[in-house]
Design a protein around this ligand. Sequence first.
Ligand SMILES: *Cc1c(COP(=O)(O)O)cnc(C)c1O
Length: 385
Amino acid sequence: MPDTTPRPINLFDMKAQQALIRPEIDRRIAAILDSGAFINGPDVAELEAMLAGFSGAKHAVGVSSGTDALQIAMMAEGIGRGDAVFLPAFTYTATAEVPLVLGATPVFVDVAEDSFNIDLGDLKRRIALVKAEGRLRPRAVVGVDLFGRPADWPAIQEICRAEGMFALDDAAQAFGASLDGKRLGQWADAAALSFYPTKTLGCYGDGGAILTNDGDRAELYRSLRTHGEGKTRYAVERTGMNGRLDTIQAAILLCKLPLLEQELKNRARIAGWYAERLRGHVAVPGEQDGATSAWGLYSVLLPDAGRRERVQAAMKERGVPSAIYYPKPLHHQPAYAGAHAEGLRQAPPLPVSEALCGRILALPMHPYLDEAQVARVCEALIAGL
Ligand SMILES: *Cc1c(COP(=O)(O)O)cnc(C)c1O
């Protein structure tokens, strides 16, 4: 009798991938254990060259996490007290946390309902309001490529150039995505990557990188990740941090990077299956002119907020996990409500971010889902509507 037990469905799956490369991982880790080069080993520089090659960015600097990538990129610009950093209200907490840690003020911007990414009209309006209120200097825009879909980088860059602001790409969910055939990493002044295990390229712990075409910035990032050191080890030229990428994590990423091109294709095919089966039942992510998503996550919009609990319960009953990214817009989080009130005294509302948080639902997404599994996810979701 053939085994007809359905394959279990997970939100993410790191085991299927690991099985493909386990001997190579074991070999590389063993070499590091033998060498003892746990910090700044040769794997780090090798990975940086591969990341630059893959993304098309001139420079890649390995760091300790996506959050630290954002922080080092902002520290290099001297962003701090009195500076306004514009970012979407609908994103992961790290995007907003970093400016606050540096003493700057996050100014929350609404997102567009069709892309879930920063709304350009609202961004321009809030920059004008900050200038009119005159208390903060507009310093940076952090665009997030939410769920892997590129933000409108040509437009964000244009706004930043006109205002003399720094354009930072939070590409933590989007490594591998492209616009007009150019991968993220070539668009903004700098792009922050996260190698958290569930991201499109993930290690087995924490890790991150900063991509940039600007050689001076790359040099600063290398200094800042190592306590602000100068040309020699104990010449401390600036306030930095401990933000290095471990050699072992770099080695794991070197084993995984050769799979990424195919995995991105698999993710796109899976997104296509979802769209085919779910269109007409829920709002699925649409096509975007000239853009290729990395499909870091796959989220749909339910017709109304009231049904989400029922849908999730129906899915769970059928063995299908789901998740909510994100249940609350950041300006409603206790940690950021104060900063939100302070950033703009006359802050316009953020209606799209607020509405999305009630209706969004993330479905299983990883490169090793097959079509039968996708069909089961869709049937379970539709049963709960
Ligand atoms: C994951 C993530 C980060 C943070 O990355 P870490 O490596 O976990 O520090 C930042 N921004 C976004 C949008 C993310 O999804």
